[in-house]
Design a protein around this ligand. Structure first.
Ligand code: NAP
Length: 338
């Protein structure tokens, strides 16, 4: 499979300098199989990606494939394809492990066969979780609203991991500006990265600007609009960035797939997309587009104008009793349940 792929020089891929001084490649491979792809298929995609020139892999314990990915990474290091220090490996603390952050981190490290993570994120800012593959109506009976004191306990455990050298950078995911203000007020070590949903139909300008102003790098998930996301994350009003006429027009002009336009836009916009794919051709198009054939200023402005404020990963299954998904996102600027 690989002999047909023209590998890319990883030095050509844009990099983001973090507030810790570390340097993160500005495109990574996503590894969530949306409950559809098995672990070995995803591990194989990681193999293709690293051989092809990717150096950034976005993992999480809840994706259920860190063992298989870890084996691929170990094999590639052993084969001399890549050195550990050239890789940027992210993992995430799942919601049911907030009470034992160190144990969860050590489990991810063991599964990934690594001595340290480049980035460890708190996946969601509350301990509410769901069983694998549950329907959108399913609720964790113990689910509760965000509680600042509890979140800071988790964060201080994250800080310890950094001090101990188990992780080089710590960060957050699925946060809001009101929650972030409290985190920055109370933390000892500031987050280096915030991972958030970002694509042309969900640009989150206020949140994005807040991160930029506070020196926190942004990783964008679902950069293509996650067309194969689990059914629990689909609602009838959802839009589709890869079918947007503006994206289609730009893709026709550049002779590229609409998905690639989305990835290109993300990198040029200054954040770090982590597109998922299991197809070598798509994996490589997404990497190459980060430095080839840039979009014009007019094209970037045209994409800016198609924001539909359409969140796909609503998090319904994390709602507490009587809450609806909007309550998770502090839409009126206040933390619900605070
Ligand atoms: N922090 C969080 O809470 C969170 C939440 C969601 C996701 N994530 C992360 O973000 C990653 C990406 O999100 P996602 O996987 O939901 O969605 P996505 O990257 O927006 O979309 C992935 C889909 O796009 C297709 N695709 C990719 N490149 C393509 C190309 N060049 N041409 C045509 N189609 C292409 C893929 O199909 P093919 O396989 O057929 O190419 C795949 O079905 C996840 O894998 C995960 O690592 C994080």
């Amino acid at each position: 499979m690989m002999d047909k792929i023209l590998s890319v020089d990883p030095n050509l891929v844009p990099k983001k300098k973090l507030n810790t001084g570390d340097v993160m490649p500005m495109i990574g491979l996503g590894t969530f199989g949306s409950d559809r792809c098995d672990s070995l298929t995803i591990a194989d995609a990681v193999r293709v990606a690293i051989i092809g020139g990717y150096r950034h892999i976005d993992c999480a314990s809840v994706y259920g494939n860190e063992k298989e990915i870890g084996q691929v990474i170990a094999d590639l290091i052993k084969e001399g394809v890549v050195k550990r220090e050239e890789l940027w490996i992210t993992s995430k603390l799942w919601n049911d492990c907030h009470h034992d952050v160190a144990k969860a981190c050590r489990k991810s490290l063991a599964d990934l066969q690594l001595d340290y993570l480049d980035l460890y994120l708190v996946h969601w800012p509350f301990p509410n979780f769901h069983a694998k593959g549950v329907s959108v109506d399913s609720r964790d009976p113990n689910a509760r609203p965000y509680i600042q004191v509890e979140f800071m306990e988790v964060w201080s455990e994250m800080e310890k991991l950094k001090k101990e050298g188990l992780v080089r950078n710590i960060g957050t995911s699925n946060m809001t500006v009101p929650k972030y203000k409290l985190l920055l007020r109370d933390c000892a070590i500031r987050p280096a990265v915030n991972e958030m949903e970002l694509h042309p139909h969900f640009q989150q300008p206020e949140m994005f600007d807040y991160m930029v102003k506070n020196g926190i790098a942004v990783v964008g998930f679902c950069p293509i609009g996650s067309p194969n996301r689990p059914d629990r994350d689909k609602t009838p009003t959802d839009t589709c960035p890869t079918k947007d006429p503006v994206i289609l027009d730009i893709s026709a002009k550049h002779g590229i797939h609409p998905a690639v336009v989305c990835v290109k836009w993300a990198v040029q916009d200054g954040h770090t997309p982590i597109p998922f794919s299991t197809k070598p051709k798509n994996i490589m198009s997404n990497l190459r587009c980060s430095f080839e054939d840039p979009l014009s200023d007019e094209e970037m402005s045209a994409i800016k104008s198609i924001d539909k404020n359409c969140r796909f990963i609503k998090g319904q299954v994390f709602c507490w009793e009587d809450a609806n998904w909007e309550d998770l996102w502090d839409l009126n600027g206040e933390i619900k349940g605070w």
